[in-house]
Ligand binder design. Sequence first.
Ligand SMILES: NC(=O)c1ccc[n+]([C@@H]2O[C@H](COP(=O)([O-])OP(=O)(O)OC[C@H]3O[C@@H](n4cnc5c(N)ncnc54)[C@H](O)[C@@H]3O)[C@@H](O)[C@H]2O)c1
Ligand SMILES: Nc1nc(=O)c(N)c(NC[C@H](O)[C@H](O)[C@H](O)COP(=O)(O)O)[nH]1
Length: 221
Amino acid sequence: MERPFVIINSAMSADGKISSFQREQVRISGPEDMGRVRGLRAGSDAVMVGVGTVLADDPGLRIKSSDHRKMRKDEGLSEEPLRVVVDSLARTPLGSEVLGKGSILAVSKAAPEERLDLLRDKCEIAVCGDIRVDLPLLLSILHNKGVRRLMVEGGATLNWSLIEAGLVDEISVYVGAMIIGGEGAPTLVDGPGFSTDYPKLSLISADRLDDGVLLRWRVLR
Ligand SMILES: NC(=O)c1ccc[n+]([C@@H]2O[C@H](COP(=O)([O-])OP(=O)(O)OC[C@H]3O[C@@H](n4cnc5c(N)ncnc54)[C@H](O)[C@@H]3O)[C@@H](O)[C@H]2O)c1
Ligand SMILES: Nc1nc(=O)c(N)c(NC[C@H](O)[C@H](O)[C@H](O)COP(=O)(O)O)[nH]1
């Protein structure tokens, strides 16, 4: 099955946390990194998050500047990248910023029909998988819709599933100048963890941005 090129983008504290132990959003990126994130988004065909991120951060995932809008037009891209939420049980609140034209809710067959009825006029619904969202299937559906470059903006559980399934090509992680702490606080990659065959990375670049470092890694196969 063909799939898009997949880039995980995330910001973590110096101690590897991406939010607090209360799972509340922490602004880790400074202005330079946020500008870079917006640029990466503007160059993508779709942006994906897990429902945990929707519930915690309520991201809008839209293009923010007229320069980026112009850039997309010049490159023949759609006005906005598609916004995709991985949400097996259709828990995305009806008032979420991510919903609206251009949003796709990827659910499983376990999603309650009443929730789908409520969400149907706010987004496109893609049913993939029996219990959890089947990520290889979802990526192949996105590829069929013309998505060639997919940016994943978290969170920890979705990052794990994508990496575990071998579906990630690149990881961009901004390491910010702060400590968050907390053994229960989400990290760049959570899930059960690997006990063998740890995925290996190759460093593409390391650059100072604001008071932190942007690390870009290629995922090796
Ligand atoms: N610092 C950053 O860059 C950054 C970015 C995004 C999110 N976050 C933080 O991450 C936290 C959210 O992460 P999270 O781990 O709770 O949630 P998540 O965003 O990773 O969503 C995970 C949820 O997606 C659903 N799902 C369905 N099918 C799945 C599959 N096959 N694999 C994985 N998930 C599947 C499940 O309901 C699962 O609980 C929040 O605290 C948020 O603030 C930080
Ligand atoms: N790059 C980044 N740096 C951070 O310090 C941080 N806390 C996030 N968290 C991910 C979160 O979901 C983002 O804040 C979305 O990037 C918001 O997207 P919108 O501005 O709403 O479009 N992301």
